[in-house]
Design a protein around this ligand. Structure first.
Ligand SMILES: Cc1ncc(COP(=O)(O)O)c(C=O)c1O
Length: 469
């Protein structure tokens, strides 16, 4: 029934290791019928799916502490009944006809699917540099010291913290010391940990820009803090209205209105942090993507002891990597490390080593430069097309990032609903507002990162149809 070549000691060991690990509950008698019933039940309920290779009778007998013949007999009976198949050389496998028809979770969409998706938030993941990432993975795995596979410093791998310190200083003007960098699982975790710190310091609120990502407000609430809205105008967040014990800003590119924080407001934000001792968080989520000549560096450079700088690979590479980083003021290193330890101890080390290698070998810079050009072309195409086919729409926030804001005549929510009926997903500015009122600016946010190249023209055509009426 099982692989008859398993005769030499090493073959025997291999055969024992082959096949699936099984969880089977046998009654006290542990006889052949018990085993037949347990296997039958596992297959019938779908716990053992079609195609699963079972362990050899020798291996299963050893695991269960029963005679090998008992297992061989049970397998034989289930083969005869058609629940299992046995072929010379390929072992004993759960048969196809035995599979219980179940709908895999992935086949059940969590939300409506659209023909085209122009909602903001995601880069063009079709351009993920797979070949270079693979090369970096190979090299990182080959070079990784054994201790990298264990639990280590909760701040993350020193290799990554070092290259990030160099990169952030060079590309974003951040004053970064590798000792003060903490690698985390996405910006969401950074915000969660920092929320915990604000709470521990006795805080009850976190000031957020009135326009922002709803998920981040939820993260703040989940940490037991109340988000408080700070107005946003054409100069960015109104820093004269900062309150509470923590403040969250997107200074380089306000999300989603797209304005950079004006110089005098940058100074005011730092003053607020110095005077109150509050935690000032800088979310530099897409700082790599600026298309005009005006460089907008990190706020953190003005006072590294008062600003927590946060960055992420979610826009520059892919959100699925869940890799982000914080550069912390000295006094926050210890509490944030303690919070990270009790959250997930450390971010996956091998992925960190891969990113370190990817940056050190120059692939990251090349990918960012290529992507910047790619997105710039896409943005230009969008803006040109709108000027011809939807001249009644005002385009704003074009100088950076992966989305633009379209000020529309009429109700933006109606427009989003009309687009959805035609198979195009859009987002209105209202959905990013802390507390929308009828006076909220009527605008649609269009992300130009998501659709792969082949779908982009179709998506733009449909957008123009919806907006141009
Ligand atoms: C404003 C803002 N900050 C940060 C991020 C990155 O989040 P994460 O690193 O958790 O993917 C995003 C991603 O959409 C974002 O929109």
């Amino acid at each position: 029934m099982e692989d008859s070549r398993a005769t030499s000691p090493s073959d025997g060991a291999r055969a024992e290791a082959a096949g699936a690990d099984l969880h089977l509950e046998l009654s006290a008698t542990r006889g052949r019928n018990d085993l037949v019933q347990a296997l039958h039940e596992s297959i019938r309920t779908g716990r053992l799916v079609a195609g699963t290779r079972l362990p050899s009778s020798r291996s299963l007998a050893k695991d269960l502490g029963i005679a090998r013949n008992t297992v061989a007999d049970a397998y034989g009976q289930l083969v005869a009944e058609g629940w299992l198949t046995a072929r010379q050389g390929s072992g004993t496998v759960v048969a196809n006809r035995a599979a219980v028809p179940t709908t895999p979770a992935a086949a059940r969409p969590l939300e409506k699917t659209y023909r085209y998706d122009l909602r903001p938030g995601t880069p063009d993941v079709a351009t993920f540099p797979r070949t270079e990432w693979l090369a970096a993975t190979r090299k990182a795995l080959t070079m990784a010291p054994n201790e990298a596979f264990g639990l280590g410093d909760p701040r993350g791998r020193p290799e990554l913290r070092q290259v990030l310190a160099d990169y952030l200083a060079r590309a974003r003007g951040v004053r970064a010391d590798p000792e003060r960098i903490l690698i985390c699982s996405g910006y969401v975790q950074a915000l969660s940990l920092l929320g915990e710190i604000v709470k521990t310091l006795g805080g009850t609120t976190m000031a957020v820009e009135e326009f922002g990502y709803g998920l981040h407000r939820d993260v703040i609430r989940a940490r037991g803090l109340s988000p408080v809205a700070v107005p946003v105008d054409s100069l960015g967040a109104c820093t004269s209205e900062l309150t509470g014990e923590g403040v969250l800003l997107t200074p380089a590119h306000q999300m989603p209105t797209g304005v950079p924080l004006a110089p005098e407001r940058r100074t005011a934000a730092i003053e607020w942090a110095r005077e109150t001792g509050g935690v000032l968080i800088e979310d530099d989520y897409d700082g790599e993507f600026r298309y005009d000549r005006q460089a907008v560096g990190a706020l953190q450079a003005l006072d590294p002891e008062r600003v927590v700088y946060t960055g992420t690979a979610s826009k520059s590479l892919a959100p699925g990597l869940r890799l982000a980083w914080m550069v912390l003021p000295e006094h926050l290193v210890e509490p944030v490390v303690a919070a990270k330890r009790t959250s997930d101890y450390q971010t996956a080390t091998i992925e960190q080593l891969v990113l370190a290698e990817f940056i050190a070998s120059g692939h990251y810079d090349r990918h960012v430069r290529r992507s910047r050009l790619h997105y710039r072309r896409r943005r230009d195409r969008l803006v040109e097309l709108l000027s011809v086919r939807a001249p009644n729409v005002q385009v704003a926030g074009i100088s950076a990032g992966l989305h633009v804001l379209l000020d529309v005549p009429g109700d933006a929510e109606d427009m989003v609903a009309r687009a959805a009926r035609q198979g195009l997903a859009l987002a209105s500015l209202t959905t990013y507002h802390f507390n929308p009122t009828p006076a909220t600016r009527q605008a649609v946010i269009v992300g130009y990162g998501t659709p792969p190249d082949h779908a982009y023209p179709g998506a733009l055509d449909l957008l123009c149809q919806v907006l141009g009426v």
